[in-house]
Design a protein. Structure first.
Length: 182
């Protein structure tokens, strides 16, 4: 006779044990944390139907152009690109836990050590204050952290002990992304 496995029971036991584990980790305090806050991982723009129609027509024009040139690889790239843009714009930003510790910058559970960062900059663009970190590694992306209501002067005084401050400007791609509300 075959043994019957109750998956609902296993799932509920696993879920209750996971919730107990998360409660334990939330209650722990870390003395290394100097500043801590929560914010959205990126700025989200609400898009109306005309936004989607515009990019759909743009992708359609590129697709027709690719078919006339018999460039099917370009057609595939346009289709995948349009799909990725739509999926990215539909996705809502998560709320992240940001912390500045004695060892580095923590975003959720990922620690970026000061030894792996080249410089920082506290900037204000369009009344949004943020900290930008430049990595030492070539393929490490720039890390941008929204400051929310924290005092940038206190954070700057702490960070200057660990990293050099280097002025950074918004790139062309960032300005284009804001203009097209990505």
């Amino acid at each position: 006779m075959e043994k019957v496995i109750n998956l609902k029971k296993i799932y509920s036991e696993k879920k209750s044990s996971d919730s107990k584990n998360t409660k334990k980790t939330k209650n722990k305090t870390n003395p290394d944390i100097k500043f801590q806050w929560r914010a959205l991982e990126y700025e989200y723009y609400i898009k109306n139907k005309s936004w989607f129609i515009f990019w759909g027509i743009f992708a359609l024009i590129l697709s027709v152009l690719a078919v006339f040139q018999k460039n099917y690889l370009f057609l595939l790239v346009v289709g995948l690109g349009y799909f990725c843009v739509i999926m990215y714009t539909i996705r809502k930003p998560n709320i992240c836990n940001f912390a500045i510790t004695a060892k580095g910058i923590r975003i959720n559970n990922i620690l970026y050590k000061f030894s792996n960062l080249k410089s920082f900059c506290i900037s204000s663009f369009d009344n949004r204050k943020e900290i930008r970190f430049q990595g030492k590694k070539i393929f490490m992306p720039e890390i941008k952290i929204p400051l929310k209501d924290h005092n940038p002067d206190k954070i700057r005084k702490f960070l200057i002990k660990h990293l050099p401050e280097k002025e950074q400007e918004e790139s062309i791609t960032e300005n284009l992304a804001k203009f097209f509300k990505f």
